[in-house]
Design a protein around this ligand. Structure first.
Ligand code: ZN
Length: 161
């Protein structure tokens, strides 16, 4: 079975930036699962996965446009603190997941005020050219429920509580 639309693909990865620094790795934890063709992962990585089989190991370098986008300077937004209730104590430098009408957006806190928080809406990896070392460990058919929801259920995927 090959990575293709409506398949659940599970893989290990190591992510490095253009300087060769390791940013993230799944080596010491469970591999990651995603639903192919559902925009669950960055487009450059999904394209590279297409047509690969279980056991395949490969490396792909993804430009910002197909990763987390270019950095937009001055992309600072002011968010009322009351919108961040339930996120606990917030401090400068912290990365938050904000719920917006376009879905969850990752932002970095740059300034704390009494009633507002200024956040940098650039994704922390915006502007970075990223290299993924990938090893595909499993590919299976997605269930109708998974294709309906647009994400993977069970281990490595979305947990509905
Ligand atoms: Zn679901």
């Amino acid at each position: 079975m090959l990575a293709d639309k409506d398949k659940v693909v599970t893989f290990h990865y190591t992510l490095t930036n253009a300087d060769g620094e390791e940013l993230e790795s799944s080596k010491d934890r469970d591999p990651m699962s995603y639903l192919h063709g559902a925009n669950n992962i960055i487009s450059g990585l999904e394209k590279a996965m297409q047509g690969h089989a279980i056991g395949d190991e490969f490396s792909v370098t993804v430009e910002p446009a197909e990763a987390y986008g270019e950095r937009v300077e001055d992309n600072i937004q002011r968010v009322p603190l009351k919108r961040l209730k339930g996120l606990g104590k917030i401090k400068v430098g912290q990365v938050l997941n904000l719920q917006t009408n376009k879905g969850p957006v990752q932002v970095t806190v740059v300034k704390m005020g009494r009633f507002n928080v200024d956040v940098d809406a650039n994704h922390p990896l915006a502007g970075e050219t990223l290299t993924f070392e990938v090893e595909i460990t499993e590919i299976r058919e997605a269930s109708t429920e998974e294709t309906g929801h647009g994400h993977v259920h069970g281990p490595g995927g979305h947990q509905h509580n």
